[in-house]
Design a protein around this ligand. Structure first.
Ligand code: 13P
Ligand code: SF4
Length: 299
């Protein structure tokens, strides 16, 4: 059976749309109706009229789509595809953190659970974090859960935030030494790094960009060669859309095992069974929706 063709047939029968994150396996990216970063996918989720959304990404992304589309069936092809960073702060931990800093505003990276979003004033993604925090110029800001994205916001705005010590284990595996070696061998290559990279890696980058921003940057920039400091799935999209340019991955270990849990067999399975569907209960869904919609309004 041609899996991709069968998925397309069933997708039409089910009136479904397939949203895919830039870190997914190449064959999953290739069946996308829409491929993007977290912000682009959140925006897209608000525009969908089809009754079924198949979300090829990790749990918090599908949860965000479900929160923004309460009447639709949102399917995550592997229910175990979580994000370890999102699990580094719980709702109880955030409530305690807030109690220690009365009056502070809470900005939470979308890589977080619905319960944490519901406890926050506004969400952000790697593409809009600076812009969102700027709205709280007169407040102390608690930034959760990613300390590295938080420290990038601090650098860009020249102010201190109160950071939660979470991080992405995949980006933590990228080492500055690997970038220095690649740069030495390819001096003309530009280094693009994701904001989740630790600061010593970011310091070696020509640009620090979300995955969607990397794609847009490469399309417009005349440079022919790039070193890509993020999860390796990004390389597929960049190579496919820029056949004349050369892309180097920084490390064989920059792989997100949760993103890679999704494959074409599992996409077909959820389309056939319309399960497992992601559901977010009230009042958490409404609280999280408020924080996500505030982000979308400001970005
Ligand atoms: P982007 O929003 O840049 O795609 O990042 C999402 C993510 O999970 C990065 O690890
Ligand atoms: Fe989470 Fe990191 Fe995987 Fe992104 S790459 S989903 S932050 S573990």
């Amino acid at each position: 059976m041609n899996l991709a063709a069968e998925i397309q047939r069933l997708k039409a029968e089910r009136n479904a749309v397939i949203l895919v994150h830039n870190y997914q396996l190449p064959e999953v990216q290739d069946i996308a109706d829409f491929l993007g970063d977290s912000l682009e996918l959140s925006r897209k989720a608000t525009e969908i009229t089809a009754g079924v959304i198949v979300f090829c990404g990790v749990h918090f992304m599908a949860e965000t789509a479900a929160i923004l589309n309460p009447g639709k069936t949102v399917l995550l092809p592997d229910a175990r595809a979580g994000c370890p960073m999102a699990d580094m702060i719980t709702g109880d931990q955030l409530r305690e953190f807030k109690a220690q800093h009365p009056g502070a505003k809470v900005v939470c990276y979308v890589n977080s659970t619905a319960e944490v979003k519901a406890e926050s004033d506004c969400c952000c993604t790697s593409g809009n974090a600076v812009k969102i925090v700027q709205h709280y110029a007169d407040h102390e800001v608690l930034f959760v859960p990613d300390q590295h994205l938080g420290s990038l916001v601090e650098e860009r705005l020249g102010r201190k935030l109160i950071l939660w010590p979470g991080y992405c284990p995949t980006h933590a595996r990228i080492h500055p030494r690997e970038i220095l070696e690649l740069k030495a061998a390819r001096p003309r290559a530009l280094v693009l790094a994701h904001p989740e990279c630790p600061p010593p890696v970011r310091a070696l980058a020509d640009q620090v960009l979300s995955t969607g921003q990397m794609w847009a940057f490469v399309r417009e920039n005349p440079a022919q060669e790039y070193i890509i400091a993020t999860e390796e799935g990004m390389l597929h999209r960049l190579r496919k859309d820029n056949p004349g340019k050369t892309f180097h991955r920084v490390s064989p270990f920059a792989v997100c095992p949760n993103m890679k849990r999704i494959n074409l067999d599992k996409v077909l399975f959820v389309l056939r069974n319309l399960a497992p569907a992601i559901k977010v209960e009230e009042p958490i869904a409404s609280g999280a929706r408020r924080a996500i919609e505030q982000m979308l309004a400001w970005s």
